[in-house]
Design a binder for this molecule. Structure first.
Ligand code: TYM
Length: 332
């Protein structure tokens, strides 16, 4: 049986990269699969989080997912700490994964930077928890942006090693689903860096809560080059900012960059940016408004997360018992 699992961190604002790289695909997949969508608060605390901000962000991200179209009745929407099975399985995976595997993780190197000795143990073991998130439900498909590819390869390695160490066929090998023309949305200020919550420049990203004025300003200020848009994808070579705006535009209109360029090739950026602004406002405007409305009702949001947590535990419970038996633990 196919089962989708994906996660998102409750840190900072949801941005266009999260939306086009992940959330929009989650919405599209929800009718065809059993889906678990998780706000990963255990992952968030691998770096320091102010408790009040973490709580507010968890509710805000939940509101954002519902506003974007995730149906909390048809899917399982919950925050990770509601289900202790994630942390229990992560411990087992800490004992399966090898130090050498984690040493190769580029996101740890990027996040820990020069202060490696001072990074939390949790940040280092982050990918093991991510594998546990998915495999506690025997998830088979994981829709994510391009930046999560290496973590999902590690999840496959862990599943394979567990199966072979214990000579069982317990875990599936997960399939990453990296979908659409905007799998890696780049910063609006520098087309070589990923759009991210941690970029100090507000102009580098469009947030789902940005109003028309902010969206228009950020797109107008987005870095471009002096040439007109090419009519073929080959003409985007060496033009990372132009390529980024074309993939964002393509994603909004659900076409490939080739099809987009066949339409807009030859135009100047000023005109293209005006159209892109209208598209962004028409898609993001209603989501931002609905998100603001929902976030004020924290009782509703907390109720959704608790209900999701209960449904999640019903699925992971028997899987955890199977795993405990395989490992040789006395059943609780
Ligand atoms: P996070 O919170 O950084 O991002 C959530 C999702 O948004 C995608 N994304 C992007 N896609 C395209 N362009 C961008 N600039 C961009 N920025 C973010 C991410 O690829 C992701 O799909 N480790 C994960 C959360 C996680 C998880 C999991 C995901 C925890 N457990 C299990 C899948 C399965 C993360 O930090 O995502």
């Amino acid at each position: 049986m196919n089962r989708i699992f994906s996660g998102i961190q409750p840190t900072g604002n949801l941005h266009l990269g999260n939306y086009l790289g992940a959330i929009r695909n989650w919405v599209d997949l929800q009718g065809d699969y059993e889906c678990l969508y998780c706000i990963v608060d255990l992952h968030a605390i691998t770096v320091w989080q102010d408790p009040a901000e973490l709580l507010a962000s968890t509710r805000e991200v939940t509101a954002g997912l519902i506003a974007a179209g995730i149906d909390p009745e048809k899917n399982i929407l919950f925050n990770q700490s509601q289900n202790p099975d994630h942390a229990s399985l992560a411990w087992i995976f800490n004992c399966v994964a090898r130090l050498g595997w984690l040493n190769r993780m580029t996101q740890f190197k990027e996040k820990a930077g020069k202060h490696r000795e001072n990074a939390s143990v949790g940040l280092y073991a982050y990918p093991n928890l991510m594998a546990a998130d998915i495999l506690a439900y025997k998830g088979t498909h994981v829709p994510v942006g391009d930046d999560q590819k290496q973590h999902l390869e590690l999840c496959r390695d862990i599943a394979q090693k567990f199966n072979s160490d214990f000579d069982v066929d317990c875990f599936p090998l997960v399939e990453p689903m990296i979908l659409g023309p905007a799998t890696r949305v780049m910063s609006l200020r520098d087309g070589r860096n990923k759009m991210s919550k941690s970029d100090p420049s507000e102009y580098s990203r469009i947030n789902l809560t940005d109003g028309r004025e902010d969206i228009a300003l950020k797109i107008r200020k987005a870095k471009t080059d002096p040439d007109a848009l090419p009519s073929e994808v080959a003409g985007l070579e060496g033009r990372p900012e132009a390529a980024n705006l074309v993939s964002i535009y393509s994603s909004f209109i659900s076409k490939s960059p080739e099809e987009t360029l066949a339409e807009v090739g030859g135009r100047q950026f000023s005109e293209f940016k005006r159209d892109l602004t209208e598209l962004a406002v028409s898609v993001l405007g209603p989501i931002g408004e609905e998100m603001q409305r929902l976030v004020d009702d924290s009782d509703y949001i907390d109720g959704i997360l608790r209900q999701g947590g209960t449904k999640a535990r019903v699925i992971s419970g028997p899987i955890m018992r199977e795993i405990q038996e395989i490992v040789g633990f006395v059943q609780p």
